[in-house]
Design a protein around this ligand. Structure first.
Ligand SMILES: Cc1cc2nc3c(=O)[nH]c(=O)nc-3n(C[C@H](O)[C@H](O)[C@H](O)COP(=O)(O)O)c2cc1C
Length: 191
């Protein structure tokens, strides 16, 4: 299976998840390309990969600025290439897993949902089915914001994502890959 692993990360929290996903993909015998769109903001052909992971931290209910900018560029280019069609026909054998890391200090998981849905719409518009959505509790890193790690809707999230979170991400990644193997065998690949 050919996997693309895209992420943006301001303080390194989402990067921990992206690295775990990369490791899990390798363990499952997949070929994986990891891209930090904050550092390598190049346009990517999203139609080539069987499965794409995309993740970002949450900033005021949405992905961070670098991810928003990259999505804007991808969308503009997809429109120019006439890839955004009425009814967004499903592409066979093309899937995405959309996730965010978030602290949910005020309204909890409701802060993560718009960010996940926003990123997922890029794939949905292209005809790529969103196969999984993950909201991953993750602490504030800046010192002056860390008080919210113990006083918000999610309770005590200091130190997260921790070892257990990463283990779970590893297992969920493996489970998702296994769940899509049959669909990829029976559906016609585009590349
Ligand atoms: C300036 C700033 C603003 C944040 N705003 C939110 C927010 O509105 N909602 C939320 O759930 N988490 C918020 N967070 C927490 C981050 O989403 C969380 O720490 C995330 O894991 C950061 O990921 P990154 O370091 O990969 O960018 C904020 C963090 C910072 C530093």
């Amino acid at each position: 299976m050919n996997i693309l692993n895209i992420y943006a990360s301001l303080n390194g929290q989402t990067e921990k998840i992206a690295m775990e996903i990369e490791q899990a993909c390798v363990t499952k015998g997949c070929s994986v390309t990891t891209v930090n769109v904050g550092k390598q903001a190049q346009e990517i052909d999203l139609l080539k990969s069987d499965l794409t992971f995309i993740g970002s931290g949450v900033y005021t209910w949405l992905p961070g600025k670098r991810m928003l900018k990259w999505i804007g560029g991808q969308l503009a280019s997809a429109r120019d290439s006439n890839l955004i069609l009425p009814a967004s026909p499903r592409l066979p054998g093309r899937f995405a897993c959309v996730y965010c890391t978030y602290a949910g200090p005020h309204t909890g998981e409701a802060e993560a949902t718009p960010a996940i849905k926003y990123m997922g719409q890029l794939f949905d518009h292209l005809g790529i089915a969103v196969a999984a959505e993950w909201a991953i509790p993750s602490a504030f890193v800046p010192e002056n914001m860390r008080h919210m790690n113990t006083s918000g809707r999610l309770g005590d999230i200091e130190g997260r994502p921790d070892k257990n979170d990463l283990k779970q991400i590893n297992e969920r990644t493996g489970g998702l890959i296994d769940s899509l193997r049959l669909a990829l065998e029976v559906e016609t690949p585009l590349n």
